[in-house]
Ligand binder design. Structure first.
Ligand SMILES: [Zn+2]
Ligand SMILES: [Zn+2]
Length: 316
């Protein structure tokens, strides 16, 4: 089970990392076995997350980790925000953490200011999902390392839970895990770490709830994991006005770059915070040209395709 494997990782890592990295059996236990167990853990949960376990690339990392990534936000630990188990092999502790991409912050701001930035954003994360921050622990974590990446993980920690590898309470461990994934999704629903004023500006509204929904929908609509399958299944023709880029503009490029938008047309409503499957492909989407897409978002009901069609006055 996951808690047992993570406990083994925390207990044995210090001695395993004194051995050769290349071809390490322990390395493949972490990457493969722990990764697989973690994926199985998600089967009954309503989340489509990427899972990755790492002991470093080319060299033993000082802090091995197991991460969960929502493709709407990020597919790697280098950027965005995500859920992660961080291992302190010296103190034999495991930290469940809502954390952020250290590498991207360092690239944008340098290491010192990057850490300040991560700390600020960590606070903002807790403020955006206060119910979850209260359930977990918001105090700083100690990974017993001054190395560049671990320092970033410590700065980027928003909230989480500490476990002693020798005495994990199994029930607590799995209920924390579910709660943490719900917190992750709730944060995404709330617009992620995008500042409120930016969301309101982009959404063209001063209503915070409205701007959050807009931000989430745009994120879904732009996600490559959504866009391509929707275009494949619904066809690359505007469902509002009938514009067909292949016929009307002689567009011959790849499907993913076709000059059409994907519009999320089902309201996300009636679901508890963070407990959502946000969309069904292709049912919850429409394929629209950019103009029809703008117009449908201005309708009182942005799901009403019939109304949009009635307003189209021109003929191709
Ligand atoms: Zn159109
Ligand atoms: Zn849309």
């Amino acid at each position: 089970m996951l808690h047992q494997q993570l406990s083994r990782l925390a207990l044995e890592y210090a001695s395993e990392r004194t051995k050769a990295f290349a071809g390490s059996e322990f390395g493949s236990f972490v990457r493969h076995d722990i990764g697989l167990t973690a994926k199985k853990q998600l089967v009954f949960l309503p989340y489509d997350l990427k899972v990755k376990a790492s002991v470093g690339a080319g060299n033993w990392a000082s802090v091995p980790w197991l991460g969960f990534f929502d493709p709407l936000i990020t597919e790697s630990a280098t950027k965005g925000f995500y859920v992660v188990y961080l291992i302190n092999a010296q103190t034999r502790e495991i930290f469940l953490s809502l954390n952020q991409g250290t590498t991207a912050a360092y690239q944008s701001f340098g290491e010192n200011r990057g850490r300040e930035h991560l700390k600020r954003t960590a606070l903002e994360i807790s403020e955006k999902v206060p119910k979850f921050a209260r359930y977990f622990d918001t105090s700083p974590i100690d990974l017993s390392s001054q190395d560049s990446l671990p320092s970033g993980y410590m700065a980027g920690h928003a909230f989480g839970r500490r476990y002693d590898a020798l005495s994990i309470d199994e029930k607590q461990f799995y209920s924390d895990f579910e709660k943490m994934l719900a917190a992750y999704e709730a944060l995404i629903d709330a617009g992620g770490t995008t500042p409120a004023e930016v969301m309101m500006e982009e959404a063209g509204t001063s209503d915070i709830e409205e701007s959050r929904t807009y931000t989430l929908f745009r994120r879904i609509e732009r996600s490559p994991n959504v866009r391509v399958p929707v275009l494949q299944k619904r066809g690359a023709v505007c469902e509002g006005c009938g514009l067909n880029p292949a016929r009307d503009y002689d567009y011959q490029g790849p499907l993913k770059h076709t000059p059409l938008d994907v519009h999320h047309s089902k309201p996300i409503a009636g679901m508890a915070e963070g407990e959502t499957r946000r969309y069904k492909i292709p049912d919850d989407f429409l394929v629209l040209c950019p103009t029809c897409h703008r117009v449908i978002h201005k309708q009182a009901n942005p799901a009403d395709l019939e109304r949009l069609r009635r307003t189209v006055k021109f003929k191709h």
